[in-house]
Ligand binder design. Structure first.
Ligand SMILES: [Zn+2]
Ligand SMILES: [Zn+2]
Ligand SMILES: [Zn+2]
Length: 152
């Protein structure tokens, strides 16, 4: 079944003068189907399940094209390889330094920070490219449980 997000994105590729190739469509479908974050390698694996001749370089080039067109974006979660997303749901990532858990927060969380930084420095903050690090609720609770040491 054709996904309307895939169709809309293919239309944008065509409108930008790009060719709507089978491989490009396959990368888009992998992004849509995957929902969660995926590295280029993971996406290439998904694509190759149906298009065995699609190579990693094609996947990378397609992702770069999708990013230029504002259809997808990548984010660096901790020290790992960059992860790819569809651009329709911009959100931000908090990564736990201890267990690697990723917590997603909405864009509005950064509004006060964005306004303050803009007012003070003229800098336009774009916080989605990198994740913020810290400690997740579970690790915080574990480290403050009676068996280790009490908080406060
Ligand atoms: Zn995300
Ligand atoms: Zn980057
Ligand atoms: Zn954690």
């Amino acid at each position: 079944m054709p996904d309307e997000r895939v169709e809309a994105a293919m239309e944008r590729i065509r409108a930008s003068g790009g060719r709507a190739t089978v491989d490009r469509r396959a990368v888009l479908e992998a992004l849509v189907r995957n929902q969660d974050h995926a590295t280029a390698e993971e996406l290439a694996e998904l694509v190759r399940a149906e298009h065995p001749d699609c190579n990693l370089a094609t996947v990378y080039r397609t992702l770069e094209l999708l990013e230029r067109l504002g259809i997808a974006f990548h984010v660096h979660l901790g020290h790992g390889p960059s992860q790819w997303h569809l651009a329709e749901a911009v959100h931000h990532h908090l990564v736990c330094d201890e267990c690697g858990a990723v917590v997603e927060v909405g864009d509005a969380v950064f509004d006060p920070l964005r306004r303050r930084i803009l007012a003070d420095t003229g800098f336009v903050l774009d916080p989605h490219h990198f994740s913020l690090s810290g400690r997740c609720a579970r690790c915080t609770a574990a480290s403050s449980s009676p068996s280790s040491k009490r908080k406060g």
